[in-house]
Every structure is written in C-alpha cells, then in structure tokens.
Write a protein that binds this ligand. Structure first.
Ligand SMILES: [Zn+2]
Length: 204
C-alpha cells in the first residue's frame, strides 16, 4: 500500500531519529490505515504503513492522526509520537475482492489441507496441474499439505481420486472475515481494535 503523492504537494519532512530508551523500536510501530470512512483501507492484507510512511503522510497533510503509540521520534527541532491509527482525508474506493495471495488462499481454506485436513506443512496445490493447463487462480489453487501435494504430483484430480473438500472459489471480503475471526493476526495494537471487525463481531 503506497501513497501516490502529487509533486506540487511534496514537502520534505524533518529527519527523525529514534528517541531515548525506547520501549519498542519504531520498526515495530506500524500504523493502521483507515479510509476516510474510518474503515480499514484494506483487510486482506490489513492496510498497514511503516512509521516512516505514516509520518510522511502526516506531514503531507494526507491523513488525520486518530491514535498514537507512546513511542516518539524526534528531530533536533521537533518531536512527535508515532501514529498508531491514521485516516485518509480523501476517500479511496476500496478493492471489491481480496488480493490473490498465498495467505488469503490459506485463510479461505482455513489453513487446512483440502485433501486430508492436515494443518501442518501447508503448500499450495494446483487442482488442475499447471502441466495440464491449470491456471494460478482462485478457482484452481487450494491449500494442500506437502505429503498430499507430493502424492498428487501432476495428475488430474479424478486420475488419483483426490478432490478438494470444497471446490476452490474467489472469496469475498465477508468470506475471509468469517475465517479471519478464527485466525486473527499475531500482532494487533490496542488502538486498532475499534476499527477492526473482530472486536464487534466476536461471539458474546
Ligand atoms: Zn494433506
């Protein structure tokens, strides 16, 4: 996720150096990026910016700071706390479908081998093998453990009687939300919770 800056608005932000005795390195302080409607710009992957990108966007007046880390950075003339949540000042039309990524394929398939149900050694498998014209698309790729992947090799599903549990499909954001509640990201800053789905949709 990168900002497209218009050159006429380009200002040079001050050079920042890390503050004294940090509780965390700035690198571990990404900012959650919200659209102008206060929803995450993207869920899959979650829209996060490095602290440098977030600070740059603040200086370019592209975002509002919604929440901050305790962690500050400073230059000789300036000090600021790192933003933990920012919102775009201009609404960006969000992508309708989740990105086709390895992580999102695993999330759609609930991190489960689609041939045997294993959760370990996950790889991804072309249902119609590439050697037989199978494409690398949502509709032809499933999560599979290495042993199943090896066993299937480049045979057609019916040749070896290996059909995926569910026919692969292009998921909606809602599909991934449903599964995402089972597999929340490892790292969620406290200030993000108000803006992410799982605090409001978790079971009571
Ligand atoms: Zn398997």
């Amino acid at each position: 996720m990168t900002l497209q800056f218009s050159p006429e608005r380009l200002v040079t932000p001050p050079k920042f150096v890390a503050g004294p005795s940090p509780p965390a390195s700035p690198e571990s302080c990404p900012a959650l990026v919200l659209n102008a409607d206060y929803r995450p710009l993207s869920y899959y992957p979650l829209s996060l910016w490095s602290w440098q990108d977030a600070v740059r966007a603040v200086f370019m007046d592209r975002v509002n700071i919604i929440a901050e880390y305790d962690r500050a950075v400073s230059s000789p003339s300036f000090s600021m706390r790192l933003p933990s949540v920012v919102s775009l000042k201009t609404y960006v039309k969000p992508a309708r479908t989740p990105a086709f990524t390895r992580f999102n394929v695993f999330l759609r398939d609930r991190f489960t081998c689609q041939y045997c149900g294993a959760h370990e050694e996950l790889t991804f498998d072309h249902v119609i093998p590439r050697s037989k014209g199978g494409l690398t698309t949502w509709e032809n790729v499933v999560a599979a453990c290495s042993p199943c992947n090896l066993r299937k090799a480049d045979r057609m599903p019916h040749e070896i009687d290996m059909l995926p549990f569910q026919p692969p499909y292009a998921p909606s954001v809602q599909d991934l939300h449903r599964n995402g509640r089972l597999f929340p990201p490892n790292y969620l800053h406290q200030s993000w919770f108000d803006y992410l789905y799982w605090d409001s949709e978790l079971e009571p």
